[in-house]
Design a protein around this ligand. Sequence first.
Ligand code: NAD
Length: 279
Amino acid sequence: MDELENKVAVITGAASGIGRGMAEAFADAGMRVVLSDVEEAALHSTTGDLRDAGANVHAVVADVSEAEDVTSLADSALKKYGAVHVLCNNAGVYAGSKPSWESTLDDWAWILGVNLMGVVHGIRAFLPAMIEQDEEAHIVNTASVAGLMTGGSLYGATKSAVVALSETVHLELVDGGFKPRVSVLCPGLVDTNIFHSQRNRPARFADAGPWPRDWSVEAARRAFKLGLSPRSVGEEVVRAMREERFYVLTHPEWTEHLKHRTARILNGENPTLLPPPGS
Ligand SMILES: NC(=O)c1ccc[n+]([C@@H]2O[C@H](COP(=O)([O-])OP(=O)(O)OC[C@H]3O[C@@H](n4cnc5c(N)ncnc54)[C@H](O)[C@@H]3O)[C@@H](O)[C@H]2O)c1
């Protein structure tokens, strides 16, 4: 999808971090942008900043884990701009990295609802209209390098599922002769608010169990400050859409980890984890 000027993009989780970075990069490319988020005040603040900078934007509050919210988001975007050319299923949360058996059912329900079902709801609500438009269109699903690697706890499980789902949708579209294309975004560390995901955790999933013994918010914050800027990730997404590139990897320092995992699978060896880059 080469021509982005005036095209319409919808981004979930757009109030903060990578979603905001994509919104800024898309607006700079001349796109009209629908920003959506569950966090209303942050959504209106981000949308206001973009509008003040001259962007053509529209804000819709929606919880991606609720199918009806995402259907209403699609209705609102189509009513406002008449078409949707780019959908970024980006909203996501982190629920800590406790051992799988110590993660509570509320942990699992919350993170699966946002990280996986959020993408499912986006595809179901938007893709029929994007196919029907019969124009160039693109879906960007935000997974993570954790979705391509060994480990990652329940977060990694949701992101592996997003990679698998994205590959499936890509094949379905190509095999069916439909115009929309797909990318799966797999970043390493990006300097965002993801480690404060609990701010959006619904009361119905309140049981977070015992917090992990080795958890240090300060250490996590320091690590994330070393991450890429969300804006640079947004610009890489623009390049990937123009090139119709499916796998969007932003952190070459994880390459050895991906090779290591693939080699162990092909050699029939059990999983092991290399130390993180830079450690
Ligand atoms: N930051 C990283 O290092 C990193 C790395 C790889 C992948 N990711 C992924 O990037 C995506 C964006 O996260 P981020 O790092 O920018 O974090 P962030 O917390 O800065 O932004 C996430 C946004 O999603 C919104 N959100 C949370 N729950 C929602 C829900 N139920 N419905 C709608 N919106 C909801 C939040 O309000 C927030 O605005 C996530 O899918 C995350 O898993 C992040």
